[in-house]
Design a protein. Structure first.
Length: 106
């Protein structure tokens, strides 16, 4: 069984699979962003499709936020967010769920 790690950029701390981030990183999030991740995680369906888009955006914003605190770099943060938001847009435009290989999603 592979160990799950914190998704904050540059953080290698182990954390339970159902957590997006380790406790130390999660505690840095503003309450509204943390609430958005909590709210949207329950919207996700069993397969990675349009239902995942709101959560994808929320987790990307959370990850970018923590990364920016640790190592401020607006260009990098914005590039990361653009890429993640584009992926969420793609999820929403996805018509069939079967064609998607969830193994490609980190
Ligand atoms: Zn962490």
């Amino acid at each position: 069984m592979g160990e799950h790690h914190c998704h904050a950029l540059g953080c290698k701390a182990a954390c339970p699979p159902r957590w997006l981030m380790c406790r130390a990183c999660w505690s840095k999030l503003p309450a509204d962003l943390a609430a958005e991740v909590y709210r949207t995680v329950s919207l996700r369906g069993n397969v990675v499709d349009a239902t995942w888009a709101p959560w994808w955006r929320a987790q990307a914003k959370a990850i970018a936020y923590v990364a920016h605190l640790k190592e401020p770099n607006e260009a990098r943060r914005d590039a990361y967010l653009r890429k993640e938001m584009a992926f969420a847009d793609k999820l929403e435009s996805r018509v069939t769920e079967n064609t998607y290989d969830s193994g490609g999603v980190e």
